[in-house]
Write a protein that binds this ligand. Structure first.
Ligand code: ADP
Ligand code: ASP
Ligand code: MG
Length: 609
């Protein structure tokens, strides 16, 4: 007998027939001798409908911060009703066929969250009620996406309903699975499992039979909405076994493998230590090409030539420039490849005004799944470096890692500063890389993701001195804005440019905050662009092969798609492109890495529309 958590998403419970199909699957699982806890989403597009209803009673005046907070509370009350409809119906359907069941909302179970409306993080889940109902032979049907806020004054659950953020019922399911120590958490949805990319854009996307938590975490955070990234974070921290399967089929789906047994604390499910390790790599040289023309094919030509010589490029950043029509590209490579790389780079005729080489650099990185969606982590890293008087030359971020290039002579004090700030152990830089088990037969690129929900902000003429990046980010942290893909350009002048992407919904708030501080902090213009998308490749084996990024850039160049920003980490490369070219970008990249299979994947919920 196993204890199984099954989560059914909106399309899997979209109407009465689908609810009956779900009921039958649950019944079969129970009849096979298992205990089952079910987490459900709202039916079909109910949550979208509720949001539209709220908008229909709103006037268009600009709300104050107090008004926003009050509205968010009512919004949670409204949205939480969606999932309550499904739990009641599914529980009734189970009872009708003689299967004892009980429906519970988040507050009845006590899915206790932080007191933040519309984006609450789960603190803990009370397992007792669920276990008591299971012991009575019942299937427990729980509303996903919702919880009850803790009362900060008493430390006990209040009566305030919270929601976790869109797509959050995956996170409810994994949190509940962790709390009751389930044997597996099965996520049922409208696709057969995790695919190489979104089948609604590339129908011949291929199924992955397994994927590591780290790869999944990057894919999910980079726009693959098949799983809520926070659910993967909990699975990783608590060692929850997880799979994604179709609720229409009986196929095995995709298993998400966790490289290690989690050591999380069940009393703070989603608020564990943000940063797991800090690492420093002295084997780095920085090469920067300044003011190269901003047109398709430049990055491709550069990195193709480097790859052709077997040069393993580590960090790449490309940022927009205040001068129209030109870009800076900087990258790092291992020390022993410097001579070759310099010859290749200087020999290229791509119109750079200057090529600079600096071998007195080190890369310091902080790593941790807990930093996803937590705006303060990058700012805290930059602040601690600034306080130690260390200048940051390059910044590159992924969802779970932030790397800064600094002078090698600052290495030791940088490590000390960061260890104090985050109270974390130091790891040698090799040890933190992520590898799949059967690395030789796995494609270096496992998945391609598209995030159309991003906007770009560039802060120009930032004085090149310690503390500036930290101060800029702090303005955003204060507004609770999460940013990613932070890149700071390398420059030959005494000013830098810092660019990053934020969720489109946060763009106006971020712009106001940054403009307000321009004079105080002494930076120049703040330019915003909501018309961009981010396309990314992910693969744990990328680090073992040179030329992967170059192939991505070439595919884009061949399709005449200009790359406006680049940021890389060991297991991913992200490019910002114009939004109207985003889907094409995804298709050509997927094609470049031969990720398509023979058959088109059917998405039943899409066909129904
Ligand atoms: P649910 O309602 O079950 O939670 P979602 O709509 O949130 O389902 O997520 C499933 C959708 O995710 C699929 O229909 C698919 O369009 C999209 N998707 C995006 N990237 C991927 C991917 N790499 N693999 C599978 N599905 C993906
Ligand atoms: N119903 C919620 C949403 O649509 C939560 C979820 O389905 O995961 O965002
Ligand atoms: Mg979902």
């Amino acid at each position: 007998m196993a204890l199984i958590v099954q989560k059914y998403g909106g399309s899997s419970v979209a109407d009465a027939d689908r609810i009956k199909a779900v009921r039958d699957r649950i019944k079969r699982t129970v009849d096979a001798g298992n205990q089952v806890v079910v987490i459900v989403s709202a039916m079909g597009k109910t949550t979208d409908g509720l949001i539209a209803l709220a908008q229909s009673v709103s006037t268009n005046h600009t709300p104050t911060l107090i008004e926003i907070a009050a509205k968010e509370r009512e919004m949670d009350l409204l949205l939480a009703t969606g999932e309550q409809v499904t739990i009641a119906l599914l529980s009734m359907a189970l009872q009708e066929v003689g299967q004892p069941a009980i429906a519970m909302n988040g507050s009845q179970v006590r899915v206790v969250t932080e007191p933040n409306h519309t984006r609450a993080r789960i603190l803990y889940v009370e397992p007792d009620q669920i276990k008591a109902a299971l012991a009575l032979g019942k299937v427990v049907v729980i509303a996903g996406f919702q919880g009850v806020a803790i009362d900060p004054a008493t430390g006990l659950p209040s009566t305030e309903i919270t929601t976790l953020g869109r797509g959050g019922s995956d996170t409810s399911a994994v949190a509940i699975a962790a709390a009751i120590e389930a044997d597996i958490c099965e996520i049922y949805t409208d696709v057969p499992g995790i695919l190489t990319t979104d089948p609604r854009i590339v129908p011949k996307a291929q199924m992955l039979t397994e994927i590591t938590c780290d790869e999944m975490l990057e894919l999910a955070s980079l726009g693959a909405k098949v799983l809520h990234p926070r659910s993967v974070e909990i699975a990783r921290n608590f060692g929850v076994k997880m799979c994604v399967r179709s609720s229409w089929l009986d196929d095995a789906g995709t298993v998400i493998t966790s490289p290690r047994i989690g050591t999380g604390n069940l009393k703070s499910l989603e608020v564990n230590r943000f940063v797991e390790t800090v690492s420093i790599d002295y084997d780095q040289v920085k090469i920067a090409l300044l003011q190269i023309p901003d047109r398709p094919g430049i990055a491709s030509q550069l990195f193709k030539s480097l790859a052709a010589q077997g040069i393993n490029v580590d960090l790449i950043i490309q940022a927009v420039q205040e001068t129209e029509g030109v870009n800076d590209i900087a990258f790092t490579i291992p020390q022993n490849q410097l001579l070759l790389a310099e010859v290749v780079t200087r020999g290229l005729e791509i119109g750079a005004s200057l090529v600079t080489v600096d071998s007195n650099v080190a890369k310091i990185s902080i790593i941790g799944v807990g930093m996803i969606g937590r705006p303060g982590v990058a700012a805290q890293m930059f602040t601690s470096l600034a306080e130690a008087g260390i200048n940051i030359q390059m910044i590159s971020t992924s969802e779970i890692k932030i790397s800064c290039v600094i002078a090698a002579t600052d290495g030791e004090s940088a490590i000390a500063a960061i260890q104090t700030a985050f109270n974390v152990p130091v790891r040698s830089h090799q040890a933190c890389e992520i590898t799949s088990e059967n690395s030789s037969d796995i494609s270096p690129v496992r998945g391609v993701a598209l995030d159309r929900n991003r906007a770009r902000i560039a802060v120009q003429q930032v004085p090149d001195r310690p503390g500036m990046a930290a101060k800029i980010l702090e303005q955003l942290v204060e507004q609770n804005i999460s940013l990613d893909m932070i890149v700071q350009s390398q420059s030959d002048r005494d000013v830098n440019e810092i660019a990053f992407t934020v969720a489109i919904a946060d763009l106006a708030k971020a712009e106001t905050a940054l403009k307000e501080y321009a004079k105080v902090l002494g930076y120049g213009e703040v330019s915003c662009d909501g018309d961009i998308s981010k396309v990314s490749i992910v693969g744990a084996n990328m680090i073992h092969q040179s030329g992967i990024a170059a192939r991505m850039f070439s595919a884009l160049a061949d399709a005449n798609i200009n790359i406006e920003m680049i940021a890389t980490s060991e297991i991913k490369v992200s490019c910002v492109v114009r939004d109207h070219q985003a889907e094409q970008a995804l298709k050509v990249i997927h094609q470049e890495f031969n990720l398509s299979g023979d058959h088109a994947i059917e998405v039943p919920s899409a066909l129904k529309k």
